[in-house]
Design a protein around this ligand. Structure first.
Ligand code: EPZ
Length: 433
């Protein structure tokens, strides 16, 4: 059986109820590393990116860049060098793109650098249809000719891209990143209105500026990019992962609160920390880059609306839903970003949660405990919510198809084992694919 198929049969077995104690280190942000890696297509010089997390999605992006013609070498620890040698292919193939939607991030850089790109239309995923219409409309406004044929986006700009005034009807993180990268080598000025404010977008702008791009306004809803002739190599270290950090804070609060979290990026989690405070969970700084999580005995219910940054991130919605099952009253979580991001609800209910869904809102009633069961990991972030639930459930929980988990959380079972969790991986023979 090939490695891929084995991956699909992997499950995590967790014996819940242990108090966890020790240190958890937050890795580099997946959603910053992915655009940063795509940006290496914009120069012929060597780019070194450090603090890259060891994740399946990162492997997929490396394979994709390799396919195009970027030579990637492991320097040490989390640092890799990227150098575009001869272009081998201008096609991002289905078998890679279907594994990771973020592959769409090579479209902008390839168009800007090579004047042509073929990228398989990213399929939807479990949390929604995930269209890329806003990316394509913006690139067309910059002069690209785009057709969709046999499931592939075929984009060409033989005379190069032209700067344009882009208005995004919706705030789109990768849409903002794609256009920012494409605009660095376009002729003239590009203005992006209603740009995303996420820290990962800002991190990309910082790296592009180090490569010689002329960018201003990142972190605001209006970003201006003056195209330049070419970009040079640079060294860049990826920012810490605010979603992994928030996941660790919830996990610590529910498992005895004796965990030191290293590299907790509080400045990216101000709103999340406020919500935690309202629940009765306190992030206490103990050194320059370490926090501990303290909690009140009684956790209070809260109502949460997921919104774009700097408000509550949709990527922490499932983890907070698990947490609020143990508050002393009814909470509500409304998912405003994706149309189908409640697949973890029936899985949590199998563990003993009492959650109803009314349209875009989940109503979470308090329960005393979870009891272990077989559950499924549905999307990347919901998988983490299931791990947290398994750690607090009485008895054994088996989380099936943990492929999603490895896409976004670096060696999570190793990290958790190191602080006392009883957790192991197993290949379930009779698992259906
Ligand atoms: C990014 O996805 C993240 N992925 C997601 O994290 C995150 O959940 C999401 O932003 C929201 O914060 C990466 O950065 C690689 P969007 P992205 O474009 O860019 C609609 C994770 O777990 N939309 O900001 O794909 C879209 O359907 C992942 O790491 C269009 O309609 O999200 C959604 O409803 C999950 N047309 C909304 O906008 C478009 O062309 C926001 O999507 C683009 C988006």
């Amino acid at each position: 059986m090939v490695k891929e198929e084995l991956k699909l049969k992997e499950a995590l077995i967790i014996e819940g109820g242990n108090k966890l104690k020790g240190v958890l280190e937050v890795s580099g942000a997946k959603n910053a590393a992915l655009p940063n890696m795509a940006a290496t297509l914009l120069t012929d010089e060597e780019v070194v990116i450090d603090n890259i997390p060891d994740l399946l999605d990162i492997e997929t992006m490396k394979n994709l860049l390799n396919t195009i013609g970027v030579q990637i070498n492991h320097i040490k620890d989390k640092a890799y060098s990227f150098k575009l040698n001869e272009v081998k292919s201008l096609k991002a193939p289905y078998e890679l793109v279907s594994k990771m939607r973020a592959s769409i991030l090579v479209l902008g850089p390839m168009l800007a650098k090579f004047g042509y790109a073929e990228v398989s239309l990213p399929g939807g995923c479990s949390i929604g249809t995930r269209p890329v219409d806003l990316h394509l409309k913006a690139l067309e406004k910059m002069g690209a000719e785009i057709t969709i044929e046999h499931g592939y986006i075929k984009a060409s700009a033989p005379k190069g891209l032209k700067g344009a005034h882009i208005f995004f009807d919706k705030i789109t993180v990768t849409g903002t990143e794609n256009i920012m990268m494409a605009a660095t080598l376009a002729e003239g000025k590009t203005i992006i209105e209603n740009a995303a404010l996420e820290p990962e977008v800002v991190d990309l702008a910082v790296m592009l500026r180090k490569m010689g791009a002329n960018i201003k306004g990142e972190g605001t809803h209006r970003i201006e990019i003056e195209g330049v002739k070419s970009l040079k190599g640079t060294y860049h270290s990826v920012i810490p992962d605010r979603i992994e950090a928030g996941t660790f804070a919830v996990l610590s609060a529910l498992t005895g609160g004796n965990i030191v979290i290293k590299n907790y990026p509080s400045h990216y989690l101000e709103y999340v920390n406020e919500v935690l405070e309202n629940i009765g969970i306190h992030i206490v700084k103990i050194s320059e880059n370490e926090v501990v999580v303290k909690r009140d005995d009684i956790l209070k219910p809260v109502n949460i609306e997921t919104r774009e940054y700097p408000l509550f991130p949709t990527d922490l919605q499932a983890q907070f839903m698990t947490l609020l099952c143990f508050a002393n009253g009814v909470s509500e979580i409304t998912e405003n970003i994706f149309e189908n991001r409640f697949m973890h609800v029936p899985e949590l209910n199998r563990l003993g949660a009492d959650i109803d869904i009314k349209g875009k809102t989940a109503i979470i009633k308090p329960v005393k405990k979870f009891s272990g069961a077989h559950v499924k990991a549905t999307d990347l972030r919901a998988s983490a919510a299931m791990v947290i639930a398994g750690l607090v459930a009485e008895g054994e929980t088996t989380i099936h198809s943990i492929y999603h988990l490895d896409r976004g959380y670096e060696h999570i079972d190793t990290k958790l084992k190191s602080i006392g969790a009883k957790i192991r991986r197993e290949i379930l023979e009779n698992e259906d694919d």
